[in-house]
Design a protein around this ligand. Structure first.
Ligand code: CO
Length: 218
């Protein structure tokens, strides 16, 4: 049987390293969890959400799935969101996609990969909804970039439309939903400028032609 000793050794070195700079770090961490941020991002192995934005363990609650989707029948994502908003009282939900997303690409190319095709079907609905803008893209790469961005924005709207976030806004809770996109090639996150923190913002976003914004950066 092949073992994972190298990973356990790596873990020991990591914990030792942190303890050297802050001997009480793990004891303090074990006491309470008070993150201000909920991250909803892609499962892509090249992205390390908390560390790549300079956060320490304990500072961000994280949910990840293929292509960072927020579906209203996904009990996993909804449960994470409900716990984060109602119990942990996070102040920010960051929906983060990335360029060159394999899930978004498979949906765009209509590639058959198996069970996951059903999950990615949600992106194909987005493709149909924004067909005109996507077809107007000059080439395949810019169409894919645009779809990665539009997918994030659609998920920001989707987060805002959950009962969890609507109820939080109804009771006056301070909660902002943000849409970011990551470029793997330079390690930089960009804010897509679609933050919403109220039902009015959500309505405005839903009724806007956001896909026409010139937001393609990569
Ligand atoms: Co991805």
């Amino acid at each position: 049987m092949s073992t994972l000793e190298h990973l356990l050794a790596g873990n020991k070195a990591w914990a030792q390293n942190i303890k050297q700079s802050d001997p009480q770090f793990f004891e303090k961490l074990a006491g309470i969890q008070t993150p201000e941020y909920l991250w909803i991002g892609c499962s892509d192995s090249r992205i390390t959400p908390a560390t790549s934005i300079g956060l320490l363990p304990g500072e961000m609650f994280v949910h990840r799935n293929v292509a960072n989707l927020v579906n209203h029948s996904d009990m996993n994502c909804l449960s994470v969101m409900q716990f984060a908003v109602d119990v942990l009282n996070v102040k920010h939900v960051i929906v983060c996609g990335h360029y060159s997303c394999g899930g978004v690409m498979a949906a765009l190319d209509n590639t058959r990969l198996g069970l996951i095709d059903n999950w990615l079907r949600h992106i194909q609905d987005i493709i149909h909804k924004h067909e005109n803008v996507l077809n107007a893209a000059p080439d395949y790469n810019s169409r894919l970039d645009k779809l990665c961005e539009i997918n994030v924005i659609e998920q920001v709207v989707s987060v805002g439309e959950t009962t969890i976030v609507r109820d939080a806004w109804d009771r006056g809770q301070d909660l902002t939903v943000h849409g970011w996109i990551y470029t793997i090639a330079d390690g930089i996150y960009r804010d897509l400028g679609v933050s919403i923190d109220s039902l009015a913002d959500l309505d405005a976003m839903r009724n806007s032609t956001f896909e026409n914004r010139n937001i393609t950066i990569a």
